[in-house]
Design a protein around this ligand. Sequence first.
Ligand code: ATP
Ligand code: MG
Length: 318
Amino acid sequence: MTEATTIATAGEILVEFVSHKKNCGLSEISPYSGPYPSGAPAIFLDQAARMGAHTELFGGVGNDGFGRSVLARLKRDGVGTKGVTVSDQGSTGVAFVTYYDNGQRDFIFHLANTPADSFAVEPHHLDLAHTWLHVSAASLGNARLRDAIMGLAARVETAGGKITCDPNARPELMRDASASRALADVVARSHILMPSTNDLEFMFPGIPEEESLERLSHTKVETLVLKRGAAGATIIQGTERRDLEPHPVDELDPTGAGDCFCGTFVALVAAGMDAFEAGRLANAAGAIAVTRRGPMEGNSDPDEIAAFLEQHGGQRTP
Ligand code: ATP
Ligand code: MG
C-alpha cells in the first residue's frame, strides 16, 4: 500500500520577498530579495518530492514571471503539477516577511482574489484511497481555499485516504471564526498532526503543553509531532515518546522550516519508515532549512540530510 501513496496538498502558491533589515516592520524602505518560491503547502510538497514521494499539488499562479519562477522550481524538484492552474485572470500571489531581533516576524500576504486562491480542484487524477492529503491550516483563513481544501479532505477521507496536518496558525491569516472551526475539524480528522509550540498556544490558549498534548492524543491521531523551533522536536506515537535535540546551526531565515520538517517527515512515513527515524531526519532537514534565506531555498534531499547528520551527529533510533 505504501508504494502507491500519493501525497497531495491544495492551497496557496506564492512568491515571497524577504527584508534584509530587521525591526523595520515592513513599513520602512529597506532592501528585500526575492521572488523566492513560497506558500506553505508548496514548500511542504516540494520537500516531500525531494525526499522521493509521489506528489500532486492543487493551486494556481498567474501567467507572469513570478508564476513561471515558482512553477519551474516545483517541476525541477519533481512535484506533480497537473492540478496547478496558470491563470490569465490575475497576478501570482505575493508575501512579504521581515524579522525582529526577538525572533518575531511580520508578514503581509497578497493572495485573496489572486490565482493563489482562485482555482478549481479537479482530483480526477488522484487515487483518493491511496492519497495522503496534507493540510497546512493557515490556508483555512481564506474562504475560497477553505472550501477547496475541506471539499478535498472529505473526499479523501471517504475514500479511505489519510489526512496529515500542520496547524500553521498564522494570526494574520486566521482572523475569523470559520477558520478556527475548520482548523479544529481538520485536527480531529488527522492521522499525523504536526503543530509547532506556537500552534499549541493558539489552539489551547493558557493550557500547559503537556495537557494540550494529552488532549490531542484523544483524537484519531496516530503520530503527534511537536515542532520546537531552535529547541528541536518531540515525536509521540501511542505511549512512546522521543525528544529530539536541536542541531546547533546559525539561523538566517526560519520561515519554511516547519513545512520542510513536515514534508520530510510525511514523505518518509508514507514510504514506510519508522516515525522516530523519520523524525530524526526531519529534525536535521528543519535545521538545514533555517540556514538559508528564502522559505523554499532551505529544502534538501536525502543525500544532503545524510551528509548533515554525518557532520553534526544525530541520535540514532534504537
Ligand atoms: P514555519 O511555520 O515558519 O514553517 P514552524 O514554526 O512550523 O515553522 P519550527 O518549529 O520553527 O516550525 O521549525 C521546524 C523544525 O525545524 C524544528 O522542530 C526543528 O527540528 C528545526 N529547527 C527550526 N529552527 C531551528 C534552529 N534554529 N536550529 C535547529 N533546528 C531548527
Ligand atoms: Mg509552521
